[in-house]
Design a protein around this ligand. Structure first.
Ligand code: FMN
Length: 179
């Protein structure tokens, strides 16, 4: 089967978001749905037990505190079964140039040695920031593949164009488009 062994793991915040107002579906959640539909692969949502407030400033304050203290917030859903997974398309927002700490909670908790990680970062102006470097440093046994950055505003305002760009990245990365 095409794309066998691939999982889309995503973290995404809904509520009030940068430049796009209050949104029901986070930018990364939409990107993850596009990816899982194009590749016909399962999704895992990286969601913390405590969640994050809708309010942008309050969410930013908590996110910054978690990052400054290098915390690993507890996740709500059981970790995915990685036995048959060799590639992870990891979708996350750029939070202060870094990944949300909840993403580290997941990656610290699963076997990453030998795992191919494809970083897909939603952002508003900083692109992938330090996230590829942080993934390489933190998980030296994983292969961090070329990442892809996409603006959250594009996903919210022109989903067709977002799908086109995501599809092109997946094709260039060697995935089979089946959906
Ligand atoms: C706490 C926080 C920090 C952020 N830091 C940055 C940043 O440093 N650079 C950037 O381009 N965007 C930053 N953003 C904007 C998000 O990366 C962007 O809105 C992203 O698309 C959100 O994806 P989501 O809706 O899936 O959570 C930040 C947003 C939040 C909430």
């Amino acid at each position: 089967m095409a794309n066998r062994g691939t999982l889309v793991a995503f973290f995404s915040h809904s509520g009030e978001n940068y430049k796009v107002g209050t949104i029901e579906k986070g930018n990364g959640r939409i990107a993850a749905s596009i990816i899982s539909a194009l590749l016909q692969v399962p999704e895992y949502e990286i969601c913390t037990v405590s969640g994050y407030p809708d309010d942008y400033d309050e969410c930013s304050r908590i996110a910054k505190q978690e990052r400054d203290e290098n915390l690993r917030p507890q996740l709500r859903f059981p970790f995915p079964d990685m036995a048959d997974i060799n590639s992870m398309i990891l979708v996350y927002p750029n939070w202060w140039g870094d990944l949300p700490m909840a993403v580290y909670t997941l990656l610290d908790s699963i076997e990453t040695d030998g795992l191919k990680i494809y970083p897909v970062c939603t952002h508003e102006e900083s692109g992938l920031g330090m996230t590829e470097r942080m993934l390489m440093q933190s998980y030296p046994g994983a292969s961090v593949m070329k990442g892809f950055a996409i603006r959250g505003t594009l996903i919210q305002q022109d989903e067709e164009e977002a799908r086109r760009q995501i599809k092109s990245y997946l094709e260039k990365s060697g995935f089979a488009i089946v959906g």
